[in-house]
Design a protein around this ligand. Structure first.
Ligand code: GTP
Ligand code: MG
Length: 242
């Protein structure tokens, strides 16, 4: 199917413009619709850089990133944005109402779709509690909502666009463990047919992933399920114990 949402990184090496050494080396993996692929690794390992190549915030210096078999270098960004939603590590809200912020990626969404997205993102109750609901004002940068609320609004914004591929960059770290668990359970239902790539700090966020990539210093050093990695990967064991 043309719009399935298969993501493939093929021998990808990446260096930031002007930097001499690569931050990603020879990255290869495939994420298919219905699957969750998780990326874990210490700070600076290259997780955010890896995600940034699919929506073409940057392009690899070697290798290819493919979406449904087509190199993303041949797609324009608008086309990619329709299919891929990135929830960035530092989620950004702009000055305007909650509604404006949620409709950012899809202006024609109905109110019903906005509330559905908020419910999945565990943001329904705090928006309802605001006097003006969806019309409540957000300050520039989202400084008048908490970090966790900001994350949940940005997750809801991604859900509203109904993409084929979700990229979550450490999107659950500002949430308490119970909210994180509820959100992921709701997401699992809503995104059941989509391709999900999750960068996580907490191992508890990704134990159910179909495949976990252990990233160390820009390389995938180990891959497998949680159970497999507990047996085979010293690097993963260190992360679990930390
Ligand atoms: P955490 O989010 O802290 O867990 O790290 P990460 O795994 O997401 O690492 P990230 O991909 O952000 O960074 C990988 C390497 O790239 C690090 O050595 C960074 O210093 C470097 N880096 C990140 N962003 C930039 C950038 O915009 N320019 C340059 N030149 N280097 C960058
Ligand atoms: Mg990061």
């Amino acid at each position: 199917a043309a719009l399935a949402g298969v993501v493939e990184y093929r021998n990808v090496t990446f260096a930031y413009p002007g930097a001499e050494s690569p931050v990603l080396s020879n990255i290869s993996f495939t994420a298919r619709p219905g699957q969750t692929v998780a990326i874990i690794g210490s700070t600076g390992a290259g997780k955010t850089s890896l995600l940034s190549l699919l929506p073409r915030l940057y392009d690899p210096v070697e290798g290819e990133v493919l979406l449904d078999g087509v190199p993303v270098s041949r797609l324009d960004r608008a086309e990619i944005t329709k299919r891929v939603a990135l929830v960035p590590q530092r989620p950004y809200l702009f000055s305007g109402t909650i509604e404006h912020n949620l409709r950012f990626g899809k202006s024609e969404a109905t109110d019903r779709e906005l509330w559905d997205a908020l419910r999945v993102a565990q943001g329904e109750s705090f928006v309802r509690d605001k006097k003006n609901g969806l019309d409540a004002r957000i300050a520039q940068g989202g400084t008048n909502v908490s970090g966790g609320q900001r994350q949940r609004l940005c997750i809801a914004r991604a859900l509203v666009t109904k993409p084929r591929v979700y990229l979550f960059d450490d999107s659950f770290s500002a949430l308490d463990v119970a909210t994180d668990a509820r959100l992921r359970a709701a997401l699992k239902q809503t995104t059941a047919d989509a391709t999900v790539i999750i960068v996580a700090q907490r191992v508890s966020t990704i134990t159910e992933a179909d495949q976990i990539l252990v990233l160390d210093n820009g390389r995938i050093v180990d891959r497998g399920t949680h159970e497999e990695l507990l047996e085979t990967s010293p690097t993963y064991q260190e992360i679990v114990e930390s």
